[in-house]
Design a binder for this molecule. Sequence first.
Ligand SMILES: Cc1ncc(COP(=O)(O)O)c(C=O)c1O
Length: 407
Amino acid sequence: MKGLDNLMIKEQLNTPFYRIKEKDLLYDISLLKDALSQNWGNAIAGYSVKTNSLPWLLTYLKEQGFYAEVVSETEYDLAIRLGFPQKHIIYNGPIKNRKVFEAVLLAGGYINLDSGYELDWMEELSALYPNRRFKVGVRVNYDIAALCPEETLAAEEGGRFGYCYENGVLETALSRLQRLPNVQAAGLHLHSSTQSRTVQVFGALARMAVRIAKEYRLSLSYIDMGGGYFGGRDDKPDYRDYFREICRELSAFFDPKETTLIAEPGVSLISRATTFETTVLDVKDIRGRNFVVTDGSRTNLNPLVTRHVYPHHIEYVSDTSVRNKIPDQWVCGATCMEYDRLFEIRDDIALIPGDRVIYDTAGGYTMCLSPLFINYFPAVYIEHTDGSLFTARKAWTNEEFLQLNYI
Ligand SMILES: Cc1ncc(COP(=O)(O)O)c(C=O)c1O
């Protein structure tokens, strides 16, 4: 699994591929670390493995001191194989594996309970290890729509994760833990997905942590604010704004000397650094409409086909001053699905084969979330700070696809 030879920057790479620019990645890593240290000091930066589990990226972030936030046995196994210490695992999610749960608990990693059966496990493990002292967190589910009516929620009916505050299920979960002599309910996990990702919602979440800690008299070792921030966009808030507000609210009740602040961003950490690069292969005139056929696809950028905006720029293969401007062009993808159309260009330079369409802030999630549909995972190249290129993942071929298949 060691890296392939470095490639020269000048080499023309076969599209489509994703590129990660180390310089931009480092910029956002510093932004996060500085925001945590300047506003709270006692903080842990986690990284949401599901967002993008590219082994190169996980290894890079591990070396930058990040913890691995995992939500499945597979992710846990990957993080351990890549060398994350067990103590640096944050185990979240509603579907946990009993063996992984026990291993993380015994190693002193972080576990945020989410489901009913995890309380049963804690009761069993408390009895099984009477001489050990365990700390666990609970994921809080509260009505964000009531807290922040102006937010656009990720799901209209509200979130489905964690223990519900309003109907008393959270209180029951906490009291079940409090009855165990060697277990402390030591953390609150507040991750909440909103589409609007505003600073205000994070302020409200932090206030919620204060309210719950006071109401149930919790002595908290940590507060995990989750992910869900904007990143890599100049027109949106960044980590400095979020953590200024979060810490202002938390400091009304918590002391950084006693309570660690955890963040577990995913896409906000890597958006700025990632691009998806494609080439125009053909231009077709169909009854007066110009379809520009490229070798990348909407499935590589937005597999659920919900987005209609794809920030991009174009690198022209030849002198554009001698090209015509045309009223309308539709840039399309490489699958043979009609919906695989990315964006329309109006009254602009005619594209020709060889031009490159480069999608900016693209691939954060989809580098690993791309479906294996018609084509397999594209390659990923890292552009190091000195300009050299490194192959972090070769494009998948049938060699990979045929693995573990039997005919
Ligand atoms: C528990 C948890 N933490 C962190 C994240 C990362 O979120 P994002 O990629 O929006 O930062 C997610 C994503 O859904 C999540 O569910």
